[in-house]
Structure formats: structure tokens, C-alpha cells
Design a protein. Structure first.
Length: 94
């Protein structure tokens, strides 16, 4: 068992009101590009990277694991022309 707590991506109130976008299949994203997206996401979502219990690299690996477990997905917003990492709805993509 890891001494680190698990990093999870949760849907907050803002996400519930967000517009729908186009799901980008992971196999269409270059590995380096995906890692860069995850690193940017971790930096943006967890500003306290000096947390002694969770290192930056650990948080990145936790997000990548959630992709493998199909708990999260990449969505491209056609209006803002941006990608984001969002939770899958229960039972989606299983």
C-alpha cells in the first residue's frame, strides 16, 4: 500500500453546468502530448504541489492511472477550442 493518498478527479458544480464537447479517443493522442496535458492539468488543479504527501510526479501518475481505468476522459470544447480532462459518468466507456 502506498504511503500517498490517491488523487481523484471529481466533478464540481462548475463541471455540472459545463457545455458538452467532443470526446477525444486516447489512442488518437500522442503519448508525450497526453503527458503534457496531464502535467498542465495537475499544475492547474492542484496548486499546492509542495504537499509533502503527494509529489507532482505522483499526481501525474495517478491521473494517468485513471485514464487506464477509464475513470476519466479528454474532451475537446469546440467553442473555446480547448481540451480538458473530465470524469466519465458511471458506466460510461466500460
Amino acid at each position: 500500500m502506498s504511503e500517498f493518498s490517491e488523487v481523484t478527479i471529481e466533478r464540481d458544480q462548475q463541471d455540472r453546468n459545463a457545455e458538452d464537447g467532443v470526446v477525444v479517443p486516447l489512442e488518437r493522442i500522442n503519448t508525450e502530448t497526453l503527458r503534457g496535458m496531464v502535467e498542465e492539468f495537475v499544475t492547474r488543479e492542484w496548486s499546492d504541489l509542495t504537499d509533502a504527501e503527494s509529489t507532482f510526479d505522483y499526481k501525474v501518475e495517478q491521473v494517468l492511472l485513471q485514464f487506464k481505468e477509464k475513470r476519466i476522459k479528454v474532451v475537446f470544447d469546440l467553442i473555446s477550442q480547448t481540451c480538458n480532462i473530465v470524469p466519465n459518468k458511471a458506466g460510461e466507456y466500460r
